[in-house]
Design a protein around this ligand. Structure first.
Ligand SMILES: [Zn+2]
Length: 243
């Protein structure tokens, strides 16, 4: 494991990291983690409807979304925002693109990773990204890939909450209290001007997850109050010294 505290978010589109794990990013940044966010696309075609309705060109939409993502990342305390600009709807990665993502993983050496739900029939870019994240994680662990580089350990891959939660087969097993950094998440969401309709929606989601946190926190978190939380589903088992 890296000496430095690091984390990596792999986000299909420019704003996903804000809605789905902005609280986790801000919280860990405050704990001294260097959180890197890899955005595979700007969500320019599929998640920028308002900008298209205003008559913006493709390049204008991308530039606006890029600037919004940069502003949101700054509000959350992101260490580095890596933009791949691979296009969306559909998102597709060539073999070279995948290897660039592997390079990012090996450079960051994350203690944990975050990406989308494994199933998302509304947005195949999302589930494709998770498949790519798993593939890239696997390659980064391989001693035979670019021998001499530092191989990746076994960071957890947490799946953050999708839109249309119940349709995605997404079942959270981890709730993170993000109350202390809620103002940062809300500020980051408000940088995403192309998706104003989601600001209040994701505020309500955080309040609902806070209820789940409280309902389950008696033994593990002292039963304390929680106003905002994020839920995650972990892919890999947790290895512990004590239950
Ligand atoms: Zn998305």
């Amino acid at each position: 494991m890296s000496e430095k505290k690091t984390a990596l978010v792999i986000s299909a589109h420019a704003a996903d990291f804000v809605w789905r794990c902005g609280g986790a990013i801000a919280l860990h940044a405050e704990m001294g983690y260097e959180v890197t966010v890899a955005c595979l696309s700007f969500g320019e075609r599929g998640e920028s409807a308002r900008l298209w309705k205003e008559g913006k060109s493709l390049q204008e939409v991308k530039d606006i979304r890029h600037a919004e993502a940069e502003a949101a990342a700054e509000a959350l305390g992101v260490h580095e925002l890596v933009t791949f600009d691979l296009g969306d709807y559909p998102l597709h990665l060539s073999q070279d693109d995948k290897m660039k993502l592997v390079d990012v993983i090996r450079k960051v050496q994350p203690r944990f990773m975050l990406s989308h739900s494994q199933y998302d029939p509304y947005n195949t870019d999302h589930m494709y990204t998770t498949q790519i994240a798993l593939e890239a994680r696997m390659i980064a662990q391989a001693w035979g890939h670019n021998p001499g580089e530092k191989v990746l350990g076994a960071p957890q891959l947490y799946l953050f909450e999708p839109h249309q939660t119940e349709q995605m087969g997404w079942k959270p097993d981890t709730f993170l209290d993000i109350t202390p950094v809620w103002d940062k998440k809300r500020a980051a969401m408000e940088h995403m001007n192309g998706q104003v309709h989601l600001w209040d929606y994701y505020t309500r989601v955080a309040q609902q997850r806070a209820n789940h946190f409280k309902r389950n926190s008696g033994g593990q978190s002292g039963g304390r109050d929680c106003k905002y939380a994020e839920g995650f589903q972990s892919i890999f088992p947790r290895t512990v010294d004590e239950l």
